[in-house]
Design a protein around this ligand. Structure first.
Ligand code: ZN
Length: 388
């Protein structure tokens, strides 16, 4: 049948489309499929600006950057929010030990962190909320939890009742107690009803930063800060919650539980991405143990693209040991990708490697496919991983 002539003044979409329409997009993460329509909300637990950027930090933020980039390459606009925890006891102690005001100290450390992120080509998030700018939101959260009867106030501190947080985490009670103690939730504090209750709002002593609240002078609890910042930016749920695996419990478990308790929307995060820790000789890289490998030091002798590829060279949840020899391996893999991109391709599907990234961020599989297929397949992967 002959096609109908196009009427003057009527837009014919067929003439205006230069490429096939985007495929329906979904991202598979840890067994969860997240269908995305138009845009996707990412909440990335950012830094506490008291420390130089080491490989452990970099790994988390490069993986977060890859999710954003894969969504972008798939026609979905990533809306990335990466917070700055600039009200935190660890930061206060670090600033005190250097004889600096915590505000000034945090700004300097944050600026150094941003330099490292730029060097690693991590995209600048659209939103970078700071805890100190969300004090009122934390207070609103605390009041809402009190109104619902899932929090109680005692001596100026508002405690969130743990409820079934531990059960939902899948951890044993013993392991959960260890982690709560490790991350400053003081399960043995006699001031609270249950070892697993955590502060939404904390009374401040004379040495701590403090803001006035309905419960006296105080400051936000760590988990409540992220709950309030995420809600302020993205509303009461997010598509992907990202952080190092050490944030899964207690931090993300309580952040999610607080928001869910108030909003009624479950789950708070449709998918989570917890990045495996980076180790040196089997020990976690951490300031407290002093076994740090700094991003800036590595970049003295290696390209940012090779370092990115090294950080992405395994499933995101896997813990791994850093060894300098791995940098040379990553550089070799990068050169193979570039060579593949430079030759004529053999695939009819230029999206084939990027499609593998949508399957639980299978970077290794995508690189193998790009090397095999070459041409546009490899070029699109290089762009999607920001290795160009
Ligand atoms: Zn957080």
């Amino acid at each position: 049948m002959a096609s109908r002539p196009i009427q003057s003044g009527v837009v014919d979409a067929r003439q205006r489309v230069g490429s096939p329409p985007a495929r329906p997009t979904s991202l598979s993460l840890g067994g969860t499929t997240v269908a995305a329509v138009g845009s996707a909300r990412l909440y990335v637990c950012g830094i506490t600006p008291y420390d130089v950027t080491h490989l452990g930090h970099a790994s988390t933020f490069v993986w977060a950057d890859v999710i954003a980039s894969v969504l972008d390459a798939s026609g979905v606009r990533p809306r990335v929010c990466r917070n700055i925890t600039d009200v935190d006891d660890v930061l206060m102690e670090a600033a005190r030990s250097k004889g600096r005001h915590f505000d000034e100290y945090a700004l300097v450390q944050q600026s150094l962190f941003e330099q490292s992120m730029r060097a690693l080509r991590v995209g600048t998030p659209a939103e970078e909320p700071r805890a100190r700018h969300h004090i009122e939101a934390v207070q609103q959260l605390a009041q809402a939890l009190l109104d619902l009867g899932v929090a109680y106030e005692r001596d100026g501190t508002v405690w969130f009742r743990a409820g079934d947080v531990v059960e939902r985490s899948g951890l044993s009670r013993e392991r959960a107690l260890e982690l709560s103690a490790d991350y400053g939730d003081a399960p043995d504090d006699p001031a609270k009803d249950d070892p697993f209750d955590v502060p939404v709002w904390r009374a401040s002593s004379d040495d701590d930063p403090a803001w006035i609240s309905p419960w006296g002078w105080g400051r936000p609890g760590w988990h409540a800060e992220c709950a309030a910042m995420a809600w302020s930016v993205h509303g009461p749920s997010v598509d992907v919650l990202v952080g190092g695996e050490d944030l899964a419990f207690p931090h993300h478990a309580y952040q999610s539980a607080m928001v869910e308790a108030v909003s009624g929307f479950t789950p708070f995060a449709r998918a989570v991405l917890h990045v495996g820790e980076v180790r040196i000789d089997g020990a976690k890289m951490a300031k407290s143990t002093g076994n740090l490998v700094l991003v800036d030091d590595i970049l003295q002798g290696c390209s940012p693209a090779a370092l990115r590829l090294l950080l992405l060279a395994r499933p995101y949840g896997e813990a791994w040991d850093y060894e300098p020899s791995r940098l040379a391996e990553a550089e070799g893999a990068l050169q193979r990708l570039y060579a593949a991109a430079g030759r004529a391709g053999s695939s009819t599907d230029p999206d084939s490697a990027v499609a593998l990234l949508r399957e639980d961020l299978d970077v290794a599989g995508a690189c193998a496919r790009a090397e095999a297929d070459g041409g546009e397949v490899a070029r699109r992967l290089i762009t999607a991983l920001r290795l160009g």
